[in-house]
Design a protein around this ligand. Structure first.
Ligand code: WTA
Length: 635
């Protein structure tokens, strides 16, 4: 039996048991079975959750692109690595073979080198979902530069914060992007951001929408002519196992976004291993994850995990609604997709549309369906199962985080029996547990508590860029000797996990993590605003939506307030991006606060959810009377 590929429940339990009892032997064998190493490791794991310090495969040397590209060239150089499906259904898709990908990555890597980029330098990538995005990521990895991909829906302010936080020297962008019928001026956003980024020396611009843009002399360059002139051979930089591979920003409950740092060997081994098992990928299958490479799901399960397995991975540029709500299903039929991985928010939105948009497409190629990013409700699960999977494609509800690098709790299709809304069992190597509020582990089943992980796994983020203390405080200080996820979960009689949602001030809207603090900061910038508090409330498509309670310096008449709502959302769009816009805004005269001045979000959350009574204990409030006032003013 190959430990690398689990095929049934018995094998799962066998492999899982070994991974817990002898974790180092287990990961040693997995790493040895599949990958090419320039030098083997001296030690599989050394760890200390107190510091915290985590080292996997210490002593090993490798380059992840040799594992994702070069090693497939002999056996399957002509097979397709990436299928690019453009925004416009009438534009020809591209099938990029492993050989072709190798050339493109080498050329791009040589262009980066010619721009003075060296091992360890940070490169910011702000691109739409076009092949250049995957190629840019791999080109950085080829030469050991640390990529920081910023989702191209973020605003110029959000982009600038991320560029400056990690001192990026170079930015890769495009003249613009297509999103359904719209185009977006990405280069303009970059120009605006760079007004406050002094460290950026050059900008490479891919041509995508053929818009008129201005190139800043000495700083900006069209990408294509540089690629045309570059050699298509580029030796891979030899990296140490723990060298950083990339930084990816994620929202925290307070303060600026956190630049999670992932390292090379452990991330590669874990994403490749989990990809193989969670999607039961077999050679020749066509796999499609609808996420954007700007998020961790795209890093791990569009680029690295699939390519490390020699898979064919689809990259889709467009949106699910264009030219109509059947676009996803049309693409599944067109490319004969075998594994399809998307977010519950997309499923809920698609389920609202006519079934004709599903039935007119051929979905018979589908074997495995996946979800990620937020809890999936029972109704959406059944809709997905019945209408897309036709009752015979197992659904993998995969729980994981930017910080975990790869999928942690998930069924293994055809092995683990699924139950709607349950992410089910931990993958090999993952040791989850539930903690009570006093920090004691809750043993026995059923149980519910805060979800923690007791033992390291290879793809854990190693630190927060430039702020190791924050890394320690956020993940390793709430519960001694445990990684704290920030999520709540319950475990049923059989040991299955169901993730119930965040227990901190991170709100998941349409599968995107949003921290309340930066949104409140944006609102408070409005000259008419004195103070604000943002909470999440259930929304039938987005999962959660944002509700802002805003105190104005002077309360104006209704008409003015309507304008203010628009202006506030405009500010949020400028500072963060449209994903953080408030669904509802209520102007209030006060916010419920503790005697020490802390806003009691628990109470606001209840009000936003629609409760008018039983909103919890208000006796410790400094100003309990505002609660009734807010409730009676809520429309
Ligand atoms: C939530 C996305 C329930 C969770 C890969 C987690 C989920 C956060 C699931 C991480 C799931 C992710 N069921 N909740 N299957 N998957 N989450 O960093 O709250 O964007 O902490 O990583 O999404 O979001 P992130």
């Amino acid at each position: 039996m190959s430990q690398y590929h689990i095929k049934n429940l018995e094998e799962y339990f066998q492999v899982y048991r070994k991974s817990v009892q002898q974790p180092e032997t287990f990961w040693h064998e997995v790493a040895e079975e599949q990958f090419v190493w320039r030098k083997p490791w001296d030690e599989v794991l050394s760890w200390d959750f107190e510091k915290p310090e985590l080292r996997w495969f210490e002593g090993a040397e490798l380059n992840i692109t040799e594992n994702c590209i070069d090693r497939h060239l002999t056996a399957q150089g002509d097979s397709t690595a990436i299928i690019f499906e453009p925004n416009d259904p009438d534009e020809e898709p591209q099938h990029i073979s492993y050989k072709e990908l190798h050339k493109r990555v080498c050329k791009f890597a040589n262009v980066l080198k010619a721009q003075g980029i060296k091992k360890g330098d940070r490169v910011c990538i702000y691109l739409p979902m076009i092949p250049e995005l995957a190629v840019a990521v791999l080109a950085c990895a080829r030469i050991g530069a640390i990529h920081s991909v910023v989702f191209a829906g973020f605003s110029s302010t959000a982009l600038a914060t991320r560029i400056n936080d990690s001192d990026c020297k170079l930015v890769i962008t495009s003249d613009g992007s297509f999103r359904g019928k719209k185009t977006i001026d990405l280069k303009g956003i970059v120009d605006e951001a760079l007004k406050s980024c002094e460290g950026v020396e050059s900008v490479l611009v891919a041509k995508r929408i053929n818009s008129e843009i201005t190139l800043k002399e000495g700083r900006d360059h069209w990408l294509q002519p540089l690629l045309d002139d570059a050699s298509d051979e580029c030796a891979a930089e030899i990296m140490k196992a723990e060298d950083p591979l990339f930084i990816l920003y994620t929202s925290g409950s307070t303060g600026n976004p956190k630049g999670m740092v992932h390292s090379t060997a452990g991330y590669m081994v874990y994403t490749a291993y989990t990809f193989k098992n969670v999607f039961q990928y077999n050679r020749g299958d066509v796999y499609w994850c609808t996420a954007d490479i700007g998020w961790i799901t795209g890093h791990s399960y569009i680029v690295y995990g699939p390519l490390a397995n020699g898979a064919t991975t689809v990259m889709f540029e467009g949106v699910p609604t264009y030219p109509d709500w059947g676009r996803f299903w049309q693409i599944v039929g067109k490319h004969k997709v075998n594994q399809f991985y998307t977010a519950p928010t997309a499923i809920r939105a698609l389920a609202k549309e006519s079934l004709d948009l599903v039935t007119k497409h051929d979905l018979s190629s589908l074997k495995v369906l996946g979800t990620v990013g937020e809890p999936i409700n029972e109704e959406a699960w059944h809709w997905y199962d019945e209408n897309i999977g036709k009752g015979n494609s197992p659904i993998v509800d995969t729980w994981w985080q930017t910080e975990t690098g790869g999928i942690m709790i998930s069924p293994i299709p055809f092995a683990t029996p699924t139950i709607p809304t349950f992410a089910t069992l931990p993958l090999p190597g993952i040791q989850p547990c539930l903690m009570d509020e006093e920090g004691k582990e809750i043993k026995g089943n059923p149980a519910s508590g805060r979800l923690c992980i007791k033992f390291p796994w290879p793809a854990m983020a190693r630190t927060i860029w430039g702020d190791h203390q924050r890394y320690k405080d956020t993940y390793f200080s709430t519960f001694k000797n445990h990684y704290f996820t920030g999520d709540g979960a319950l475990r049923d009689q059989t040991g299955y996990y169901r993730i119930t949602g965040r227990v901190d001030d991170v709100i998941i809207v349409s599968g995107h993590n949003l921290g309340t603090a930066p949104i409140e900061d944006a609102i408070n910038e409005h000259p008419a605003v004195a103070e604000s508090a943002v909470v999440g409330y259930p929304h039938d498509i987005k999962g959660n939506a944002l509700f802002g309670f805003v105190i104005l310096k002077e309360s104006g008449e209704e008409r003015k307030q309507e304008n203010l709502k628009k202006e506030i959302n405009q500010l949020i769009t400028e500072r963060i991006g449209p994903i953080a816009k408030l669904e509802r805004i209520q102007f209030t005269r006060g916010l419920p606060k503790t005697r020490s001045g802390k806003i009691m979000r628990r109470i606001l959350r209840k009000i936003a959810e629609g409760h008018t009574k039983d909103i919890g204990d208000t006796s410790t409030l400094l100003n309990p009377e505002v609660v009734d006032e807010i409730i009676s003013d809520k429309k």
